[in-house]
Design a protein around this ligand. Structure first.
Ligand code: BGC
Length: 733
C-alpha cells in the first residue's frame, strides 16, 4: 500500500473522528439553561391569576390585528396566547406589552392556522398526500413555517391528522386521506417541516397535531358530530398519524370537538392523559379546540361553566381556546378542592416548557423589515408549483387525449373555476391572497404557443341555476380544436362546517359539461375540488379527466404543466372515490366479511342498486406512460415476531414517456384490516428503463405492538400468496 495514501486516509479518519468527538454546536433549544428549574422559579413567583392567564388563549380580528382588551390583559399577566393575531408589526406591538410592561415578562405565544401555506399557498393537504411523497409535504411546511415566522406567527394549528373515510365531511380536505400508514408518513413530514429539529430556529414554528382524536369519524360526515368506535379501530386506524407526530417531537396537540364513545374529546382522560402522556410520553401541551371547553355543557357532560373547566383541566387540557372558563372558575375550583394546585401548575409548566423551547424568552420579537421581502417569493412559488405538479391525479385518459399539443390552433377554456382566483387556495388559506393566484386560464395562456387562440367563457357559477352563460361557452367550444372545462367546488364548499349530503357537482356545472360535450369537440374535464366527488357521467362520457384538487397559488401553472405534457402526472388518490354517496363510508382497508360480494349470489355483502366497487379505488392514478411490475420476491416465507421482511419487485417503464411511479405494497391477514398499505416508494423512470425496488416493512414493530394489543397472535406470518396479489399501482377495489 502506498504509505502516503494510507497516512492521508488515517488523517482523514482522524479528522472525522475528532469531528465526531467534538461537542456538537449548541442548538437554540440546547442552550445551557435548565428549563425545568427556570419554570420552577417562575411558578414560585406567579400568582394564581397569572398562572391561569398562561392557560388562556383569545382570538384576534380576522385581519390579523389584536382586540382592544388584549394589551391590558397581557399587561396584567392574564393572557398567554392569541390566535389569528399576525403580521410582524401587530405581534411586536403586543409582545412589547408582555416584555416591557408585565410583571413577569412572559412572552405571548402567537398562533394561527397555517394549514397549507402562510402567504404562498400550497395544494390542500389531501392533494399533497396524492403525491404520496412525504418529502413534498416537508418542503411545503418548511416554507410555510418560514413565511409565518417572518410574520410574527410562532405556532401553527397544523398538521391536521384526522383519518377521514367519509367525503361528506368537508374537513377531509385538510388531512392526508383514509390510510393510517400514509397519514403517519405525512404527519412525520409535516411536523419536521414546521418544527425542524429545533423550533427555536429563526425559520421554524411550533406545530400542533389535531384534532385529537377520531374527529374524522364524525357520524354521517356531519361536522362537530359524535363518534363511536372500538378501541381497536382507534388504535389501528385513528391513532397512528398522531403517534407519528408525537414521535417526531410535535410540541402541542389540540383536543377535538367531537365526543368519543360518549366522552367529549376535550374532557377525555383516556385519550388526553392515559394514551398521550402515559403511553406516548408526550411532554408538550394540549390546547382545546375553539370554545370546546364551554361546549362540554352542550355535550351534556358538564353541569355548568365551572364544571366544564374542572372536567377539561383534570382530563388533561392545558390551554383553553377562546372560552374563558379556566380563568373565570379556576380560583373557585381550587378553593373548593375540586382541582388541585398541582393540576394547574402542571398545565402552566407544560406551556412554559414549550415557550422556552421556542426560544420565545430570548427572541420574542420579529424583524419587521424581513416580512416585506420574504413572502411569496419566486423561489417559494417555484416549490409550490413543483408540489402542485406532483399532486395531480389523472383519472381518465382515453385514446391518449392528454397531453395536448402546445401548438393547437385554438383552445376553449370554460367553466366557473377556469379563471377563479379564490378556489385554488382552499378553505384554510392562511394569509394567501387571491391576487397572487395563477388561475388555470392564466397558466394555459402562458403555456401555449403565441399562435394558439385561447378563448374563455365562464359558462355558469358553481351554485344557483342560471344557464345564461351556456350559449357563449358552447359557441367558443364549437370554434376551438378542444374544450377544457373546469368544474368542482368553490372554497367555501370545503373545510370546516362544510359537510354535504351529496357529492355531485353543484349548480348547473354538470349540465355545462354536457352542453360543451354535445358540441362533439374533444372535451377535457379538470376537477378543482377538496373532496372525492361523484362524477360518473363525466368519467363515462368524456375522454379525459384530471383531478387537480385545490392546487394553491401556483395551481394554474401546474395544471398547464400537466395538460401540455411538461409534467407526466404521477399522483395517486389517497382516498377512495365512491360511485354514489350512498356507498359511503367506502374505504380500501375495511374488515373482511363472511360473505364477500358476488354478482350472482344475492346473499352477499353489496347493494342492489349500485356496484360494490368504488368509482376509483384508493391508490389509483394514471400516467402518460405505463409501468410493468414483475418478479415479486420476499426475503423469507416465514418470520418471527421480531423478524424483518424485505419484498422486492422489478419495475419497468414500458411506455413512450419518462415518468414517475408510486409503487404500492399491500399486505393482508386475519384479524387485520383487509388490506393495509405498508410501503410506498416513488421512483422516476426513464422510458424503457427497469429497476429493482426493495420494500422494507419498517412498520413491523408497530404492527406487532398492535397484534399484541389484540392479544390474538403471538407471532405473525406473512402469506406470500396474499402479498403477491397486492403489489401494484393501486389498491384492489
Ligand atoms: C378548528 C380548528 C382551528 C381553530 C382555530 C376551529 O374551529 O376546528 O381546526 O385550528 O378553529 O382557528
Amino acid at each position: 500500500m502506498n504509505p502516503t495514501k494510507s497516512i492521508r486516509v488515517l488523517l482523514i479518519l482522524a479528522v472525522v473522528f475528532t469531528l465526531l468527538l467534538a461537542p456538537a454546536p449548541l442548538s437554540h433549544s440546547q442552550r445551557p439553561r435548565n428549563v425545568e428549574r427556570e419554570i420552577d422559579s417562575l411558578l414560585r413567583k406567579m400568582t394564581l391569576e397569572e398562572k391561569l392567564g398562561q392557560l388562556q388563549q383569545l382570538d384576534g380580528e380576522g385581519n390579523g390585528t389584536f382586540r382592544p382588551e388584549h394589551p391590558d390583559l397581557i399587561r396584567k399577566g392574564l393572557l398567554g396566547s392569541t390566535l389569528n393575531v399576525r403580521g410582524a408589526k401587530n405581534t411586536n406591538q403586543l409582545q412589547h406589552v408582555a416584555m416591557d410592561e408585565s410583571r413577569l415578562k412572559i412572552p405571548v405565544l402567537f398562533g394561527f392556522d397555517v394549514i397549507h401555506g402562510y402567504r404562498t399557498i400550497f395544494p390542500i393537504p389531501l392533494a399533497e398526500a396524492s403525491s404520496w411523497d412525504p418529502a413534498s409535504a416537508e418542503r411545503s411546511t418548511s416554507i410555510a413555517a418560514q413565511e409565518a415566522r417572518d410574520s410574527g406567527v410562532r405556532w401553527t394549528f397544523a398538521p391536521m391528522l384526522d383519518i377521514a373515510r367519509d367525503p361528506r365531511w368537508g374537513r377531509i380536505t385538510e388531512g392526508a386521506g383514509e390510510d393510517p400508514f400514509l397519514g403517519a408518513a405525512f404527519a412525520r413530514a409535516r411536523v419536521r417541516g414546521f418544527q425542524g429539529t429545533d423550533y427555536s430556529a429563526p425559520d421554524k414554528i411550533l406545530a400542533c397535531a389535531k384534532h385529537w382524536v377520531a374527529y374524522g369519524a364524525t357520524e354521517g360526515g356531519r361536522d362537530y358530530n359524535t363518534t363511536d368506535m372500538s378501541e381497536n379501530t382507534l388504535r389501528e386506524i385513528y391513532f397512528p398519524p398522531f403517534k407519528a407526530a408525537v414521535d417526531a417531537g410535535v410540541g402541542s396537540v389540540m383536543s377535538a370537538f367531537n365526543d368519543l364513545n360518549g366522552v367529549p374529546a376535550s374532557a377525555n382522560p383516556f385519550t388526553l392523559t392515559k394514551v398521550l402522556r402515559g403511553e406516548w410520553k408526550f411532554d408538550g401541551f394540549v390546547v382545546s379546540d375553539y370554545t370546546s371547553v364551554k361546549e362540554l355543557i352542550n355535550h351534556g357532560l358538564a353541569a355548568d361553566d365551572q364544571d366544564a373547566a374542572r372536567l377539561a383541566l383534570t382530563a388533561g387540557v392545558d390551554m383553553e381556546m377562546v372560552s374563558r372558563l379556566f380563568n373565570q372558575h379556576g380560583s373557585q375550583l381550587l378553593k373548593e378542592g375540586k382541582i388541585s394546585q398541582a393540576t394547574i401548575d402542571e398545565a402552566v409548566r407544560r406551556i412554559l416548557r414549550i415557550k422556552f423551547r421556542l426560544g420565545l424568552f430570548e427572541h420574542p420579537y420579529t424583524d419587521e423589515a424581513r416580512e416585506k421581502t420574504s413572502l411569496v417569493t419566486a423561489s417559494n412559488r417555484a416549490v409550490a408549483r413543483a408540489i402542485a405538479d406532483r399532486s395531480m391525479v389523472l383519472l381518465k385518459n382515453e385514446h391518449e387525449s392528454l397531453p395536448l399539443s402546445k401548438a393547437l390552433h385554438s383552445i376553449a377554456v370554460i367553466g366557473p373555476l377556469a379563471d377563479d382566483h379564490r378556489s385554488p387556495l382552499g378553505w384554510w388559506s392562511g394569509d394567501g391572497k387571491p391576487e397572487d393566484t395563477v388561475t388555470p386560464l392564466t397558466g394555459i395562456r402562458a403555456k401555449v404557443s403565441p399562435a394558439t387562440k385561447v378563448s374563455y367563457a365562464k359558462g355558469c357559477d358553481t351554485q344557483g341555476d342560471s344557464t345564461e352563460g351556456f350559449a357563449e361557452a358552447v359557441a367558443i367550444a364549437r370554434d376551438s380544436d378542444v374544450a377544457i372545462v373546469f368544474v368542482g367546488e368553490s372554497a367555501e364548499m370545503v373545510g370546516e362546517a362544510a359537510s354535504k349530503s351529496s357529492l355531485d357537482l353543484t349548480g348547473p356545472q354538470l349540465d355545462l359539461v354536457k352542453a360543451v360535450h354535445a358540441t362533439g369537440k374533444p372535451t377535457i374535464v379538470v376537477l378543482i375540488n377538496g373532496r372525492p366527488l361523484t362524477v360518473g357521467w363525466i368519467v363515462e362520457n368524456t375522454p379525459a379527466v384530471l383531478e387537480a384538487w385545490m392546487g394553491g397559488t401556483e395551481a394554474g401553472n401546474a395544471i398547464a404543466d400537466v395538460l401540455f405534457g411538461d409534467v407526466n402526472p404521477s399522483g395517486k388518490l389517497p382516498v377512495t372515490w365512491p360511485r354514489s354517496v350512498g356507498q359511503v363510508p367506502l374505504y380500501y382497508n375495511h374488515m373482511n366479511t363472511g360473505r364477500p360480494p358476488e354478482a350472482t349470489n344475492r346473499y352477499t355483502s353489496k347493494y342492489l342498486d349500485v356496484p360494490w366497487t368504488p368509482r376509483f379505488p384508493f391508490g389509483y392514478g394514471l400516467s402518460y406512460t405505463q409501468f410493468k411490475m414483475t418478479n415479486l420476491q420476499l426475503s423469507a416465507q416465514r418470520i418471527s415476531a421480531t423478524g424483518r421482511l424485505t419484498a422486492s419487485v422489478e419495475v419497468e417503464n414500458v411506455g413512450k414517456r419518462s415518468g414517475d411511479e408510486v409503487v404500492q405494497l399491500y399486505t393482508s391477514g386475519y384479524l387485520k384490516q383487509a388490506q393495509d398499505s405498508r410501503a410506498i416508494s416513488e421512483y422516476a423512470y426513464k422510458r424503457g428503463a427497469a429497476s429493482l425496488l426493495d420494500f422494507l416493512d419498517s412498520e413491523r414493530s408497530y404492527r406487532l405492538v398492535q397484534l399484541a394489543y389484540r392479544q390474538a397472535l403471538a407471532s405473525y406470518m406473512t402469506s406470500l400468496e396474499q402479498l403477491k396479489e397486492a403489489v401494484g399501482t393501486r389498491s384492489l377495489p
